[in-house]
Design a protein around this ligand. Sequence first.
Ligand code: PLP
Length: 359
Amino acid sequence: MVKEAVKHLEPYVPELTLEQLKQQKGLKKLVRLSANENAYGTSPDVAKALDKWHYADSNLYPDSNAEELREIIASQFDIKPNKLIFGNGLDEIIELLSRVILEPGDEVLDPEPTFSEYALHSEIEGAKLKSVPLDESGRIDLNALTREITPKTKMIWLCNPNNPTGTFLEPKAIRSFIAEVSKSVTVIVDEAYIDFTGNARDSVVPLTAEFENLVVLRTFSKAYGLANFRVGFAICSEPLIGYLQAVRLPYNLSTFAEIAATAAFKDQSFVAGAVKKIIDERQKWEHFLIKSGLPFYDSATNFIFFQVKGGDANALHEFLLENGYLLRNGLRKDWLRVTIGRPEDNQAVQTLITKFLGQ
Ligand SMILES: *Cc1c(COP(=O)(O)O)cnc(C)c1O
């Protein structure tokens, strides 16, 4: 009845909503620090722009090309507007790339651990995924990836900075890597968290002018604080962009999503302010983890992955939850991922961790 590749898949289990979890645990307040949402919200211009929308337009299809959003992003990145493709969240772009490129039996490479969507869509297309462990510093091991390339390799996923480790590779290193890879292999750099490095030059978007087999991914869900609106995009050249456009659903973004993303993108000073606060708080987290003797990876993102050394990560996760804070568990034994929250919440979680460890 269904294709072989999907027979063994389990349905995605989404997180409980905050309301459901609050009820289940009998909590008055619950702060989610498990999904890397932007704790500082989104630009106030988003609400103002949405308020101007006319409900009388509800019967009309949205702008399939997201022209206004396309123009401002293209001009900011100094690229041609037709190098952009938008998705219902980056999730849809990840699915679309896999759908367009992969055939059963093809090989796909990704780092381990990394964002789980890459593996899911390889599997759905019947491709064979090889996951290559990170190096000791938690960074993507480009040399090890190069060694795994075979004539069957079609796609290589680089999540930079990497989720869940937060570690970052310099564009120079990625450039040397792509230069070595055959043009028949598509290299995808997922820059969902790149804004949090605090330096626009850390992106490999400019390399899309040089390499036709490079795709760079961005999302409005993290630094722009718009996870609920589902807007992500890819930057790449011909001929791939043409194939992606031919296969994507024509009305994958609502007008609401386009208006929200456009307003958020125009307010770069809001994003810069949120990023600055997150970087400050990230440094405080690092000091805290060092002081507490808890190992962690160098993060260039709005989250930190740390080891509950000398304690039980499941028990700490439960203890924090009972006290109103949800962290991400289950990505690696003994490790938790915490999203950088607002100052008062970071402080509260740190105090709770100290209490839990009996320090
Ligand atoms: C959150 C995340 C995404 C998905 O973003 P959406 O635009 O919300 O679908 C993609 N890649 C990575 C690495 C992420 O962490």
